[in-house]
Design a protein. Structure first.
Length: 143
């Protein structure tokens, strides 16, 4: 143990943990809520439908990521902004709109075809809206 430097306190570690968890937390509540909505509307899925939901989520991430970078090739990871207003990590809009989009698609499509669409929408809508919210928050933080 390095006794020359002070150990970070609880609040410092709590800040680090919540900062690192912001976007993954929002995606977790989005994907879980979307899967639950789909199970409610479409009925409990069997393994094939679960894999379709997962495949839709993977495709949603791929499409958004490729759109952000303009390529399916090798990319350089983007560093997060160091200073951001705390409301950038409140996921009411990004998660809420994604869940409602899944609910609407489930009702409109029904059946097995709705499962991959639900995974795709949950992922793509959440990521795009969260990026928009973070962009607005970063701009507001600089003002």
């Amino acid at each position: 143990m390095d006794t020359d430097s002070p150990s970070p306190g609880f609040r410092s570690n709590l800040r680090a943990t919540t900062s690192a968890s912001g976007v993954p937390y929002g995606y977790t509540i989005t994907i879980w809520s979307s899967g639950t909505v789909s199970a409610d509307v479409l009925g409990l899925p069997h393994l094939g439908q679960i894999l379709l939901f997962m495949a839709g989520a993977v495709l949603g991430f791929l499409v958004v990521n490729a759109s952000a970078y303009g390529t399916l090739g090798v990319v350089t990871r983007q560093r997060a902004v160091d200073r951001m207003p705390i409301w950038a990590f409140v996921h009411w809009i990004s998660a809420g709109v994604a869940v409602v989009a899944v609910w609407a698609a489930d009702h409109a499509l029904g059946g097995t075809v709705a499962w991959p669409v639900a995974g795709f929408l949950a992922t793509a809508v959440y990521i795009v809206l969260q990026a928009a919210q973070a962009t607005l928050a970063a701009r507001a933080g600089r003002a």
